[in-house]
Design a binder for this molecule. Structure first.
Ligand code: 3H9
Length: 674
């Protein structure tokens, strides 16, 4: 059966797409739309046409899975031109999200009507491309240059009321009467000639807008190719006739779609969605209901974790040992919500709603009513085991017991209960209310429904969750370790912290290993004995150079936390170099990459080899959402594929690393990880 059908309502032809889940504009949909428009044009008894979609949304864009394959006709740019050239009015009737190519179909239609909950966007930039079906040329003509820049170069999605104010929607429909209202609207405007065309609308603008926009977003766009291409296309729309603008857009689109950055960003789009799937657990497994969550510990981590659930409307019982700590934790949560409200992102009412779902208590027995209990106490095995032993006695049967450990053995923690099948790890990243990543650590005995319940819950609290097996540091922190070890060795051999950090920042990371250590605290995991100085870090800690919080760490900091290279750190490093007698040499950028990034790929390969990650793309998701790996490089495993695994192996061999068997095998066979 065709995915597009037509229905006649007297003189109005309604063209309906039904291509679940998101009505992506696949070849079959494009062909169906073309046939529908032809039918309406050819029939003299048809006065106007309406395009709408069944299911949860209007077209969410081109079918991304078709990219990189030979394109079947009609291609989207031709189809949208055909809609605009129909000669009879075409009304786009929008619900859900009109995104990318979907927004372009709406823009090429002569009129747009939408339900109040609809949203419009051109998020192609997040896939490393641009709206390549006339979107960069029609959007500024319809909605103005400033909004077009915001939507194309930043990928901002706008709600229906803003779209109406901007002229992107001609009329709002009733939330439940879109088709009826669209048909009535189509009939109302059916006699208007000439039909209004977006491509012919005059364009007024202030030329200074482009430079201002580039400047204001320079940091955000650093390293990416697509934002500038989007800006250039919108700018072109203001300088040349429509036809020339579209040609320019086409050239830019082709350049981007064939590039590595777009391949990387598209990889991440699918990787993120694949990560939520558990290979050996049926997709329709019955989930455990989670009506109330318990959190043990109201410190920075416990508070951040709690906020995720409150924001999603899930009540939380939070437990602390001392009233003071409980009050402090509760006050910080309120302060965070109020700060968000002050920025206009939530209302004062929503602050009260969220805080109203919080039940602070000093009594652990109150956790008996919770369906999921997350422990966020001190990172120490004995402490965790004691907590889980207690929980075992308090929690109701079937409750899920989770540890927020970032390194420890979840199997050992589970063994301190009589119900290891209900235990798993939920490793949130700090600040837990902000960071998108959640590593869900599957113990040897964790039940399938427990894992599936937590993965589904993660989506509800808007996290990107990845399943990890039990091993030291799971996926992310385990791969971080070889990077840190090599960075320290490089210091001894002649590199400086600034040099190593710069290579990482130039690569696209938000910060390098030493900047990260200063932010997190140089003293994390330090033995706290100032007289025991075995390495450079001990020496820094002994002098209370604990990082940004002390205004001194690997760098010196001023009152505004601006870093500068530290002469004292240089002295300490020099002392250690002399003591060790390590040979010095000039360390190059290439060597820093080979010795700090290649070992991460090597460790990632070992993680796969041992089955501690389900798939290479999951590792990429961890690094993108947990550690700020630049999305335009697609994550460490995708990046390794683009570098070439033979090159990675050769680089590792050159520096004497022991190479993962899987990495070696793939390199020899000319295979990829992703
Ligand atoms: C474009 O339009 C280019 C044109 O300008 C130029 C052409 C010349 N294609 O996200 P979900 C799948 S570029 C194919 O979990 P939600 C997705 O993989 C496009 N598949 O649902 C998943 O599959 P599975 C510009 C797609 O409710 C399933 O649908 N548009 C596409 O959380 C459900 O997705 C975009 O970038 C697609 N376009 O969110 C919009 N979209 O079930 C991309 C989704 O097998 N899409 N799938 O894992 C989105 O942002 C979200 O999917 C949306 C729904 C908000 C629509």
């Amino acid at each position: 059966m065709s995915v597009v059908r037509t229905e006649r309502h007297d003189d109005i032809l309604v063209i309906i797409s039904d291509n679940p889940p998101v009505n992506a504009l696949s070849a079959a949909v494009r062909q169906g739309l073309e046939a529908g428009i032809k039918e309406g044009v050819a029939d003299d008894s048809i006065a106007a046409m309406v395009i709408r979609c069944d299911g949860k949304t209007f077209f969410a864009g081109a079918d991304i899975s078709e990219f990189g394959k030979p394109m079947q006709e009609p291609i989207l740019p031709i189809l949208v031109d055909m809609i605009e050239a129909a000669g009879k009015p075409v009304v786009a009737a929008v619900h859900g999200t009109a995104l990318g190519g979907g927004c372009e179909v709406a823009l090429a239609s002569h009129y747009r009507i939408a339900v109040p909950s609809a949203k419009f966007g051109t998020p192609e930039v997040k896939l490393g491309i641009l709206p390549g079906a006339g979107g960069t040329q029609r959007l500024p003509r319809v909605a103005g240059v400033e909004l077009a820049l915001e939507m194309t170069a930043k990928g901002t999605m706008i709600p229906a009321n803003r779209a109406r104010d901007a002229g992107l929607i001609d009329r709002l429909a009733g939330e439940d009467s879109l088709e009826k209202d669209a048909i009535a609207f189509a009939r109302e405007i059916s006699g208007i000639r000439p039909v209004p065309k977006s491509s012919e609308k005059p364009l007024t603008h202030d030329p200074a807008v482009f430079e201002q926009f580039r400047k204001a977003n320079a940091r955000r766009f650093r390293g990416y190719e697509a934002p500038e291409a989007n800006i250039a296309c919108v700018e072109k729309a203001t300088q040349t006739p429509y036809e020339e603008g579209v040609q320019f857009e086409r050239m830019q689109f082709m350049k981007l779609i064939m590039g590595v950055q777009s391949a990387a960003q598209r990889h991440i789009f699918f990787a993120e969605r694949k990560a939520s799937k558990i290979d050996d657990v049926p997709a329709d497994i019955k989930l455990r209901p989670i009506k109330r969550v318990g959190v043990i510990g109201a410190g920075t981590m416990g508070g951040g974790i709690t906020m995720n659930f409150l924001s999603a409307g899930i009540p939380v019982t939070i437990v602390e040992m001392q009233q003071e700590a409980l009050d402090r934790g509760t006050a910080i949560m309120r302060k965070n919500y109020e700060a968000t409200a002050a920025k206009g992102r939530i209302t004062a009412e929503q602050v009260e709603q969220a805080m109203g779902l919080l039940k602070p208590t000093l009594d652990m027995n109150d956790l008996a009513e919770c369906d999921l209990i997350i422990e966020a106490v001190y990172e120490n095995m004995d402490v965790k085991k004691e907590v889980f032993g207690k929980l075992d006695k308090i929690a109701k049967p079937g409750a899920i017991l989770a540890s927020n450990t970032s390194f420890l053995d979840v199997n050992e923690i589970a063994a301190s209960t009589s119900r290891p099948e209900d235990v798993l790890g939920m490793h949130f990243f700090s600040p837990a209310n902000v960071m998108k990543l959640l590593e869900v650590v599957r113990g040897d005995k964790t039940a399938g429904d427990v894992l599936a319940t937590v993965m589904a819950l993660a989506k509800k609290i808007r996290k990107v969750a990845v399943v990890a097996g039990v091993c030291h540091g799971f996926i992310g922190n385990r791969m971080l370790e070889p990077r840190q070890v090599e960075a320290m060795k490089l210091l001894m051999e002649g590199a400086t912290p600034e040099q190593i950090d710069k290579v990482h920042v130039d690569f696209g990371m938000p910060m390098g290993p030493f900047q990260m250590s200063d932010l997190a605290g140089v003293d994390i995991g330090w033995h706290r004995d100032p007289n025991r100085i075995e390495n450079i870090r001990d020496a820094l800690c002994a002098e209370e150079r604990w990082g940004q919080k002390k205004k001194a760490g690997w760098y010196d900091y001023d009152d505004k936390r601006n870093p500068s290279p530290s002469p004292r750190v240089a002295e300490i490093i020099e002392e250690f170099r002399k003591k060790s007698g390590a040979a010095q040499h000039e360390v190059t950028t290439e060597e820093i990459i080979e010795r700090t990034l290649y070992p991460m790929v090597n460790e990632g390969a070992r993680i796969l080899e041992e089955g501690k990650a389900q798939r290479a793309s999951d590792i990429d998701v961890v690094w993108i959402y947990g550690y700020g790996w630049p999305p335009y490089r697609g994550g460490p495993m995708f990046w390794a594929d683009t570098e070439g695994l033979k090159k990675i192996v050769a680089g590792l061999e050159k520096h004497g690393f022991k190479i993962s068997a899987l990495l070696k095998e793939k390199a020899e066979k000319g295979e990829r990880f992703t």
